[in-house]
Design a protein around this ligand. Structure first.
Ligand code: PLP
Length: 389
């Protein structure tokens, strides 16, 4: 069968999202990548196989997804893992005891936890730095600095870090720059194009997009980093399964359409909240009042559907009341699905971070985080209006 031209870089985003990495099934012509639910592959002779020998190392469904994610991130190599955290685990395992990592001080809670409670005890040193001004990083750079880990927009404060500026510092110090691109998605931001070495995703969120799978992904362009990435993926074994790979492959086919609606709804809801008398602050990078709105405009193609806001009076009880009263916004952890979610970072996603560190990063008791879904926005605004009464 003639190979379809499915991976060319010349296609626009939506075309790549649907076609990259995907070929009609060579056995049947099935247009959708089958779920190759198999652990092993019959070999023609010892050492002669069709590119697949054992599914921890390589599985056709996962491979199609890995190629697809690599393409939409403008990278060369993709690797999919059992969770976003397992993808982070892979990057950290590229380091050695004594190596130092510089990272943001308002990290996703689970990222903070794996850094502090898993890798610190193996001798990796972490510096948690306010990266709003990239030059703050300079004071922590030394010959042991091997990795700079960035999240932007950050969770849950929606801080925007200047990826290009951090990449310059990483290069000058011979450190890798990894960017957690979960919130922005490749539709809105491509860190590799801005100088990052590794892009990480919790595919659980927007890439999957339907709150039905937990998965992580890494993308890179550099051959040496890729070799390490695949060595660790195979050696540590935290791979994504074929069924989950199928679901995320399907999810990505509509990523561009979903993101367009997430951005539109996010815009309308951020502006509604900004004009509400009970709301103290709204954190959304698309607002002109956002401190790093200009950097967001420079490195993102849109501002997404993640919004945080705090309440006038900053009462924990008032925030909990709002969380109890919404009917469409479901009270749940996670984000990035078609349905809207509401959460309370201080007691949910960020409970693992000590209170003083939490508040220093702006995660106050009344802070509420929204993952704005793709429902009709009038209904979402009505729901928030009622809950804020
Ligand atoms: C959810 C999330 C993770 C962790 O991913 P899992 O799939 O839950 O393991 C990492 N970073 C960010 C920004 C996230 O939102």
């Amino acid at each position: 069968m003639e190979e379809k031209d499915s991976n060319t870089k010349t296609y626009q985003f939506g075309t790549k999202a649907i076609h990259a990495g995907v070929q009609p099934d060579s056995a049947t012509g099935a247009i959708m990548t089958p779920i190759y639910q198999t652990s092993t592959y019959v070999q023609e002779a010892v050492g002669v196989n069709k590119g697949y020998a054992y599914s921890r190392s390589k599985n056709p469904t996962r491979h199609a997804l890995e190629e697809n994610i690599a393409a939409i991130e403008n990278g060369k190599y993709g690797a999919c893992f059992g969770s976003g955290i397992a993808a982070i685990d892979c990057v950290l395992k590229m380091l050695n005891p004594g190596d130092e990592v510089i990272t943001t001080n308002d990290l996703y809670g689970g990222t903070y936890r794996i850094f502090k409670t898993i890798f610190e005890k193996y001798g990796i040193v972490f510096h948690f730095v306010d990266m709003l001004h990239a030059e703050n990083i300079l004071g922590y750079c030394n010959k042991n600095t091997k990795l700079i880990w960035v999240e932007t927009p950050t969770n849950p404060m929606m801080n925007i870090l200047d990826i290009e500026a951090v990449a310059v510092i990483a290069k000058a110090n011979h450190a890798m720059l990894a960017v957690d691109n979960t919130f922005a998605t490749p539709y809105l931001q491509n860190p590799l194009d801005l100088g990052a070495d590794i892009v990480m995703h919790s595919a659980t969120k927007y890439l999957g997009g339907h709150s039905d799978v937990v998965m992580g992904a890494l993308v890179c362009k550099n051959d040496k980093i890729a070799k390490e990435m695949y060595r660790i993926q195979n050696s540590s074994g935290a791979i994504a399964g074929p069924m989950d790979s199928f679901l995320v492959l399907r999810g990505i086919k509509t990523l561009h359409l979903r993101m367009q609606r997430h951005c539109e709804n996010g815009d309308k809801i951020a502006r509604f909240l900004a004009g509400h008398s009970k709301v103290a602050h709204v954190y959304w990078p698309g607002l002109e009042s956002h401190p790093n709105h200009n950097i967001a405009k420079k490195q993102m193609r849109g501002f997404g559907g993640m919004i945080s806001f705090s309440l006038v009076g900053n009462q924990m009880s008032a925030a909990q009341e709002v969380l109890k009263k919404t009917r469409l916004f479901a009270l749940a952890e996670s984000l990035g699905g078609v349905e809207s979610l509401i959460g309370h970072p201080a007691s949910m996603t960020h409970a693992a971070i000590p209170k003083e560190e939490r508040e220093a990063a702006g995660i106050v008791d009344s802070l509420i985080r929204l993952s704005v879904g793709i429902e009709d926005v009038v209904d979402l605004i009505q729901d928030l209006k009622e809950a804020l009464k």
